[in-house]
Design a protein around this ligand. Structure first.
Ligand SMILES: C[S@@+](CC[C@H](N)C(=O)[O-])C[C@H]1O[C@@H](n2cnc3c(N)ncnc32)[C@H](O)[C@@H]1O
Length: 306
């Protein structure tokens, strides 16, 4: 690989499992940070709440891309996490968004690939949607699992002490941000949210700022409305995004072009057969495919640096 080769900002349109398998063939595509906000497998219900008092209607996420019929969600989760983990630099960090619905599958897959859990960040929504059913507590939190390969990951400790809610002290693992709304929320021609699960920019920016240096590279396998690319652009990082649904590509284009970002959009790459084994790791998920010995260190506390 020549010294002059640098990773260009790029959006790939396709299934992230195939795109990441293709990226792996070129060592240029190795990332300092991966921020992933995968489908949560919550669709199929379609609850709606018309004329909310605080304005607008509320629709439960009900998207084709969030439905897993024949395909097992656990297997999907394992496959994309395995592909992503292979693209993470030895010093890199991977953040995965989840809720109580899918956290079990996410943690199991991370366990299976041998990743080390650094923190389970709780995102407390300062403006959660009230619980329509009134039969359980209001769901006001999501989680962001922070993983690394094992040692030598980058953490900008002093920078994080400067975050507004850290008050000059160590930043904690409870992050309070409002759900994306108002001017930040991208709207479609019908004036409804253009993407149903747009994450707050401030949340993604914090995760990237905590774990990168200027010029680092970021990957988002589930680009959605392009929040990770927008945060990376603000921080001067290079980025690669992957999104399967053509309908979101224009939203991402508009969002990034309005910020003056320089990037390309690449067409769907050819499909790969994911059934082959590599590195002794199976591309197909089977329960307990990892030896017990790897499991013990999974939740162990990291040793302090030097
Ligand atoms: C939860 S949303 C991400 C939202 C994003 N974080 C944002 O702030 O806009 C997940 C996205 O992944 C896309 N997606 C679902 N399955 C995919 C796959 N196998 N490969 C690539 N993208 C996929 C969906 O179309 C959706 O836009």
């Amino acid at each position: 690989m020549g010294e002059d080769l640098i990773l260009r900002n790029q959006l790939f349109v396709g299934d992230c499992r195939n795109v990441m398998a293709l990226l792996r063939e070129n060592p240029l595509y190795r990332f300092d940070v991966i921020f992933a906000d995968p489908p949560y497998n919550l669709s199929g219900n379609g609850l709606q709440w018309k004329n909310k008092k605080d304005g607008g209607d509320w629709y439960m996420v009900n998207e084709r891309w969030d439905q897993f019929g024949e395909e097992s969600y656990a297997e999907f989760t394992y496959q994309w996490i395995l592909q992503a983990y292979r693209l993470l630099k030895p010093t890199g960090s991977m953040f995965i968004c989840c809720t109580y619905h899918n956290i079990g599958d996410v943690m199991t897959a991370l366990h299976e690939v041998g990743a080390k859990c650094l923190n389970l960040i709780t995102w407390q929504k300062s403006n959660p949607v009230p619980n329509m059913t009134r039969r359980t507590l209001t769901h006001s939190c999501e989680y962001i699992a922070w993983f690394a390969h094992g040692k030598g990951w980058t953490y900008n400790y002093d920078l994080m002490k400067q975050e507004p809610d850290a008050n000059g002290k160590q930043l904690r693992d409870l992050w309070k941000f409002p759900v994306c709304q108002g001017a930040e929320r991208i709207k479609g021609p019908d004036r409804r949210a253009a993407h149903p699960t747009q994450k707050p920019l401030a949340l993604v920016r914090r995760a990237l700022r905590a774990t990168t240096r200027p010029g680092s590279s970021a990957l988002d396998p589930f680009m959605g409305s392009g929040t990770t690319a927008a945060a990376a652009h603000e921080l001067g990082l290079r980025w690669i995004g992957i999104e399967r649904e053509e309908k979101y590509v224009q939203i991402i284009r508009d969002r990034l072009e309005s910020r003056g970002a320089d990037f390309n959009v690449s067409p769907k790459p050819t499909l790969l057969d994911l059934s082959a084994e590599e590195d002794g790791q199976q591309d197909r998920w089977t329960p307990r495919s990892r030896p017990q010995a790897r499991r013990r260190s999974f939740y162990s506390a990291p040793k302090p640096l030097g």
